[in-house]
Design a protein around this ligand. Structure first.
Ligand code: ADE
Length: 239
């Protein structure tokens, strides 16, 4: 079984409507939807926004459903001029941009008392996602427009990034391509459970002063793109 975690209903909507449903269970206020997607057994959940909700959901999913892989799917703000609305970032590694014990001599993002700063995603899963996007681009599946797929660092924190200053700080400090609010928490849970995982996000805004206007406008398009990528990824897994 593959676990799929989104922060918001909007991000899971297309995936859920493509699923053959096979029941629901609820734990700690989160609904877990069981079923098949492209012939593959999946468990999906909307965890809520931010790192705490994301961690609660990922750990519960692992203990209750024992998935072999967890995917965190949704939208992100772009930190790079190379990534525009509707493009996709496949996270190579995740970091918490708001974890800050620099006062104790640690680099920003480092979790004190652990070896955790950047948490790498599962390489084979990244490769599968990349080829799924190439297949979809070749088929003109994104409304006839080619989307860009970049692999790189994704930075997570409990902040909606919406200013040039905040954006620059995160991009420069971590070399991150995109920012969101859950991926690094899910990464940490998977890391301590030694579970394969990946984070895939489509760009909904540029994390700058226009972000609050772009985000509501483009969230549905971005979520649609990630749902297409996830379905193609699962199709290839079934083969
Ligand atoms: N998710 C989508 N856009 C975002 C942004 N600008 N900041 C944080 N999370 C996001």
């Amino acid at each position: 079984m593959i676990g799929i975690i989104c922060a918001l209903q909007e991000e899971l909507k297309e995936i859920r409507s493509a699923m053959e449903p096979d029941g629901e269970l609820s734990f700690s206020g989160v609904d877990y939807y069981l079923g098949k997607l492209e012939g593959v057994d999946v468990v999906c959940a909307v965890c809520g926004v931010g790192k705490v909700f994301a961690a609660i959901c990922a750990q519960t999913m692992i203990l209750k459903f024992r998935p072999e892989l967890i995917l965190n799917v949704g939208v992100a703000g772009s930190l790079s001029p190379s990534l525009r609305v509707a493009d996709v970032v496949i996270a190579r590694q995740l970091v918490q941009h708001d974890m800050d014990v620099t006062a104790l001599g640690e680099p920003r993002g480092k979790i004190l008392g652990s070896d955790i700063r950047f948490i790498p995603t599962t390489e084979s899963v990244r490769d599968e996602f990349f080829s799924a996007i190439m297949t979809l681009n070749a088929a003109g599946a994104f409304g006839g427009k080619e989307i860009k797929a970049l692999q790189g660092t994704v930075a997570s924190g409990d902040q909606f990034i919406s200013s040039k200053g905040q954006k620059q700080l995160i991009a420069e400090e971590f070399g991150a391509l995109a920012c969101e609010m859950e991926g690094a928490a899910i990464a940490q849970v998977c890391y301590v459970n030694k579970l394969p995982f990946c984070v895939i996000r489509a760009i909904s805004d540029s994390a700058d002063s226009s972000a609050h206007m772009d985000y509501p406008h483009f969230v549905a398009l971005a979520a649609l793109n990630t749902s297409k990528v996830v379905r193609e990824f699962l199709k290839n897994r079934k083969k």
